[in-house]
Design a protein around this ligand. Structure first.
Ligand SMILES: Nc1ncnc2c1ncn2[C@@H]1O[C@H](COP(=O)(O)OP(=O)(O)O)[C@@H](O)[C@H]1O
Ligand SMILES: [Mg+2]
Length: 264
């Protein structure tokens, strides 16, 4: 069955695009046929993070009725299929956000997961992605203004007939966020489906125009995203690297013990 997730926030700059690109890449890496559509048609960033800034055909042209959807699908690392939005203001003005429903209808015939990177705020182009998704995921930072705005988006989603699956707390700067998670669940009234630590590799990967989970797969934020993706597809998360390190340690420890015994 196809699942459509809209990645939304409230406040801008919380990490929607970072989450969309990397969650999408990770789902693709885990073997799921995944599409990512940049519905932030006013402030499009998905293309920038993936090196698609010069894409000749984008969602803008499709929403303006000037191009065919097949011409705006680009294959990215791990096999993630991406429909970027354009960056020109003129393209934005000509795009009809209502047409997102048609584009979505076409894409869901071809994939298992469709992620939609939504705009911040409560403009008209932001409402459609909230209404059309099976589930909305709110990306929140651990600060009051971000939480208050996310709450507004949750209420708006429900008003337009959508459903919020839960939130992802991004840019967490504490080792034991359990209490914060509980508070967030209480205030937002939805489950926290994962949290992503503050990680300087996020910016470095963006500068390299490569998804973080590809460029720095063992970085703390990558591992967090892998855990969230595993949760979405219902597989248990295994931190392979930690496991390998532990196994490596056990092996070394056992060898050392036996070597000592032999020496005795
Ligand atoms: N976990 C993180 N650690 C460090 N920087 C982050 C993290 N997540 C996002 N950022 C940075 O925050 C900024 C906004 O992220 P972005 O994904 O563009 O947000 P949005 O799409 O919500 O506007 C970017 O500069 C990005 O590199
Ligand atoms: Mg964005």
């Amino acid at each position: 069955m196809v699942k459509v997730y809209t990645i939304a926030s409230g406040k801008g700059g919380t990490g929607k695009t970072t989450v969309s690109v990397n969650l999408g890449t990770m789902l693709a890496q885990l073997g799921k046929e995944t599409f990512l559509m940049d519905a932030d048609i006013g402030m499009a960033n998905v293309g920038l993070l993936l090196g698609l800034q010069d894409a000749p055909v984008t969602l803008h042209e499709i929403l303006a009725g000037k191009a065919n959807i097949n011409d705006a699908i680009y294959e990215c690392p791990a096999g993630l299929k991406v429909i970027p939005a354009g960056i020109s203001l003129q393209g934005f003005q000509q795009a009809d956000p209502e047409k997102i429903r048609d584009v979505m209808g076409e894409i869901i015939k071809r994939c298992e997961f469709l992620l939609i990177d939504a705009p911040a705020g409560i403009s008209k182009d932001g409402i459609v992605p909230l209404a059309v998704a099976d589930e909305v995921i709110l990306v929140v930072n651990p600060e009051l203004s971000s939480i208050v705005d996310a709450l507004k988006t949750r209420i708006l989603t429900e008003l337009v007939g959508g459903h919020v699956l839960g939130s992802i707390i991004n840019r967490v700067d504490q080792d034991k966020p359990d209490i914060m998670i509980k508070k967030m669940e209480k205030v937002l009234g939805v489950k926290v489906i994962g949290y992503i630590p503050e990680d300087t590799n996020v910016r470095r990967a963006a500068s390299a125009r490569t998804p973080l989970v590809i460029k720095y797969p063992t970085s703390p934020a990558s591992k967090a995203i892998r855990r969230i993706a595993s949760g979405l597809i219902g597989v248990s998360y295994k931190d392979e690297e930690d496991k390998e390190q532990k196994e490596g340690f056990l092996e070394r420890f056992t060898k050392a013990v036996f070597a000592k015994k032999k020496g005795n």
